[in-house]
Design a protein around this ligand. Sequence first.
Ligand code: IPD
Length: 275
Amino acid sequence: DSDSVDSYYETVLKLTKEAGKLINEKIKIRNKKREIKSSNIDLVTETDQAVEKLLIDGLSKEFTTHKFIGEETVSSGGALELTDAPTWIIDPIDGTLNFVHSYPHSCVSIALFINKVPEIGIIFNPMLNQLFTARKGQGAFLNGEPIHVSDTKELSEALLMLEGGTSQEPERMNAVCENVKNLLPVVHGLRSLGSAALNMAMVAAGGSDAYFEFGIHIWDIAAGELIVREAGGVVIDPDGGDLKRFSRRVLCASTQELAEKLARKLVQVYPEPDA
Ligand code: IPD
């Protein structure tokens, strides 16, 4: 019921702010210790692990039956299963490569799904103090002020976000280059924040108009999905169909018209799904 979602929301907000303090302390360190995950450009630091632990320990202490899908837990062999049970989907630091370089665009991304439906979405960049929040049916906010997507319908008017991504797999990298080549001449501009979640938050806030990526995971987009939808935008599969949360593909846009025009133009990649 809504009383319990209120208490889930208050608790997660408090823990997210604590996580933000930790990230703010650690970002200043140069030459951070890091380990390689799936590729040379897919990294994990002690802070990713510490933030994930802080969030999972804090939430599971209060809500003993809740389940978790956490990026670093899954990377070290944890389960990746979304059931009807309340499930927190956590990326402790989205934009780890930025964090490693002390480039101040990283965030905690955390969402709560109940019956496989997103109820809470939070994206917090503590370096720039940007707190994006949404609850199902209640709109989306940046630091407590309502946000809304733009009304852009044309590619020629769109500020489009994309990413180089974290795998060096040639087919995927090629598609990134082809998409840049095809889109750069037709859109207003291309941007990249280095964090899937922050790109989605920027579409939600109307600062950019669309974003797509092949190779993301559910924890990169779980909070962004709710925040973009609550801000009036669309989140779909990059081929124009419905979003498939484990397909490792996402496209979000300010309007359905823009989403469809972008989907038709994309060179597509279909990574091995996560589940
Ligand atoms: C990555 C970032 C990056 C995107 C990758 C993600 P991580 O998340 O969001 O911008 O291109 O697809 O995996 O690894 O920093 O949490």
